[in-house]
Design a protein around this ligand. Structure first.
Ligand code: NAP
Length: 303
């Protein structure tokens, strides 16, 4: 069967694209190598999706999946291992079979870079977060730390300073990678303290994070920091390496595509966190899905 649209990735962008495409009358096949839902399934509570007061990440993902299924979207829980592209036909090979589609949306997302410390996965959602915008409000009046020195870490520290009693900003070098103007703003905030040339070497807490051990790298001296929350902001890793030979990516590995989600390849679109963009949120992933799906429908009409 030649599907109208293949979508790789069943996160928020991919499932939103599937819903919009199915409602536009396209036959849709979604590939997912793991569990559907993407990054949001680990968020205990989502409070920033417009129109939904509060929902768990897992419920949000389940709702998206159920909505796509009800609309007749097909799913292949298989990993796409190879892709060939022609303007009128994309051939996707998985570990189990080969599939064909007229158009393709790449929605494989990005993963937050992890510290790689023992207990990190267990404590994620139990004191450790990778998104201050999403989870900051759960730490009102608490003591938190942000790890990282880029713009995300600086922004997170500023956001959290308005909510939390105390914010430590831990960075492995003495110079920040992020904007100097923002660093200057942070220096003026009384509840923000920089811990520079330092890194976290141990996470403490069994059922919830209670603190971290921080090492001052030049002296190797360690200190225990009691914390209610830790926001890890050490960059993201896009999951696009399988397509990097085919589609244009930037120096960080993100697929080059503007707000219209069009890539350099005719009939191939990019949606969600794996695309070059500045705001990576649930709502922008969903928006990308809608834009890419409708662009795919328009492309099919032009064939
Ligand atoms: P980033 O710029 O790649 O910064 C990552 C930071 O994490 C760096 O300071 C890096 O340290 C540190 N780091 C990396 N791996 C580490 C590890 N294993 N342990 C400890 N520290 C580690 O990532 P980002 O801040 O998420 O920003 C991503 C992109 O989005 C950037 O281009 C950024 O400018 C952009 N952005 C823009 C805005 C804005 O314009 N408003 C807001 C947010 C993000 P080093 O500095 O030592 O390498």
């Amino acid at each position: 069967m030649l599907y109208d649209l293949a979508i790789i990735g069943a996160g928020t962008a991919g499932l939103s694209a599937a819903i919009y495409a199915a409602r536009a009358g396209l036959s849709v096949l979604v590939f997912e190598g793991a569990m559907y839902g993407g990054q949001i399934i680990v968020s205990p509570t989502v409070e920033n999706y417009p129109g939904i007061g509060m929902i768990s990440g897992a419920d949000f993902a389940n709702n998206l999946y159920a909505q796509a299924e009800q609309l007749g979207v097909s799913f292949a829980f298989e990993t796409v291992t190879a892709l060939t592209n022609a303007p009128d036909k994309k051939v996707l090979t998985t570990d189990m079979a080969s599939y064909e589609a007229k158009t393709l949306i790449l929605a494989t997302g990005a993963k937050n870079r992890q510290l790689g410390l023992a207990g990190e996965e267990k404590l994620t959602g139990r004191g450790i977060s990778y998104c201050a915008t999403c989870d900051g409000s759960f730490f009102q009046g608490k003591i938190v730390a942000v790890m990282g020195g880029g713009n995300t870490a600086l922004e997170d520290a500023e956001v959290l300073s308005k909510l939390c009693a105390k914010v430590y900003l831990i960075h492995r070098r003495s110079e920040f990678r992020g904007e100097a103007a923002q660093v200057e703003r942070l220096k003026k905030l009384e509840n923000v303290e920089f811990i520079l040339d330092s890194t976290i070497v141990e996470l403490q807490g069994d059922t919830a994070l209670t603190g971290v051990v921080v090492e001052h790298l030049p002296t190797k001296q360690t200190r225990l920091l009691a914390l209610d929350g830790l926001f890890v902001a050490i960059g993201q890793v896009p999951q696009n390496s399988a397509f990097a030979d085919l589609v244009q990516t930037d120096s960080h590995g993100y697929i080059v595509a503007g707000e219209d989600c069009r890539t350099n390849l005719a009939g191939v679109f990019a949606a969600g966190d794996g695309r070059t963009k500045t705001v990576r949120q649930l709502v922008t992933a969903a928006a990308d899905g809608a834009v890419a799906a409708l662009a795919a429908a328009e492309y099919i009409r032009s064939l």
